[in-house]
Design a protein around this ligand. Structure first.
Ligand SMILES: NC(=O)c1ccc[n+]([C@@H]2O[C@H](COP(=O)([O-])OP(=O)(O)OC[C@H]3O[C@@H](n4cnc5c(N)ncnc54)[C@H](OP(=O)(O)O)[C@@H]3O)[C@@H](O)[C@H]2O)c1
Length: 274
């Protein structure tokens, strides 16, 4: 799997990652202790790691941290760039540190590579949360700080609230079917060297049945999902994180790195799906 530097972290990670959000029902039942299909989900994450995917995204709210821990067990810890997130109700200093420590236990690790604020919380100042993030970094438990679902203005506020660290990443909805980030956040990420983790990279499973996408797919002999992921991964600061819940899909998604879209086709895809 091709590697790309993740923001300004100095770490190279696979240009395509894995996401471990399943669905609201799964989360609800997992709260009750029933992790439906856990074995096959762990197998799917393992298959991705074996295929060279090193970027894995989870969150306390997804209830998938224990599955990620299981899948990682046979890997060296430093082979995986592990990202998790704090829920907005945990953004006060002490709450964030406690939430982080609980994630560490569920993930079975002594450090996390990237800790992200899942959504902003207008009732908690970004300064307070970022000070807690810097404490985690100082304590050696956290490597890098990220945010998710932040506007450009909030991203800038987060950056200025981190005097001792860098803001490494922003996670937002980005795919051929949702191009909103291209207006302001993506150009800013490119300028500032912030990694943009693209969630819903396959349109949340709803890539359009569009003859234009089909024509790219048949011309390259690749699936529609692979074309959609290749288009994202070709952008210097973008890391798509398609869901990893089915082994065959994960292996297919890892197959984005053995080929390239021509410059002309990148331009065509940019224009056609606008
Ligand atoms: N920060 C946030 O607020 C936020 C919000 C949402 C998601 N996320 C992150 O982004 C990740 C991805 O989001 P998502 O899972 O909702 O959307 P997605 O990856 O765009 O779409 C997932 C859907 O695509 C299917 N799929 C995966 N690979 C495929 C392939 N090769 N061919 C055809 N279908 C394929 C999946 O089916 P199978 O399950 O059967 O494989 C599932 O139905 C999440 O897991 C999570 O880590 C973050």
């Amino acid at each position: 799997m091709r590697l790309k530097e993740f923001g300004k972290t100095g770490r190279k990670v696979s240009e395509v990652g894995m996401g471990t959000y399943y669905d609201p029902l799964w989360i609800m039942t997992a709260w009750g202790g029933w992790r439906r299909g856990a074995t096959s989900k762990v197998e799917a994450i393992k298959a991705g790691l074996d295929a060279g995917i090193t970027l894995v995204d989870t969150a306390e709210v997804y209830r998938s941290e224990p599955l990620v821990a299981k899948a990682m067990r046979e890997k060296r810890r430093d082979e995986v760039f592990l990202a998790t997130k704090a829920w907005p109700s945990h953004l006060r200093r002490d709450d964030l540190i406690r939430a982080f420590d609980r994630s560490l236990v569920r993930l079975g690790t002594s450090y996390v590579d990237l800790y992200q604020i899942h959504f902003p919380n207008r009732k908690v100042s970004i300064k307070e949360t970022m000070a807690a993030m810097e404490k985690l970094v100082e304590d050696g438990k956290l490597r890098h700080v990220g945010v998710s679902n932040f506007s450009l203005e909030q991203i800038k506020e987060a950056q200025s609230a981190l005097p001792k660290s860098e803001l490494s990443s922003i996670q937002l909805d980005y795919s051929l079917v949702n191009r909103d980030v291209e207006g302001d956040v993506l150009p800013y990420c490119e300028k500032e060297k912030i990694a943009l983790m693209a969630y819903y990279p396959l349109g949340h499973g709803k890539l359009p049945s569009d003859p234009r996408l089909d024509s790219f797919s048949s011309r390259y002999g690749k699936t529609r999902a692979q074309v959609a992921l290749r288009w994202l991964a070709d952008k210097a600061s973008v890391f798509p994180i398609p869901r990893a819940s089915k082994k065959t899909h994960v292996v297919e998604n890892a197959g984005v790195d053995e080929w390239e879209l021509s410059v002309q086709d990148m331009v065509d895809l940019n224009l056609r799906f606008r």
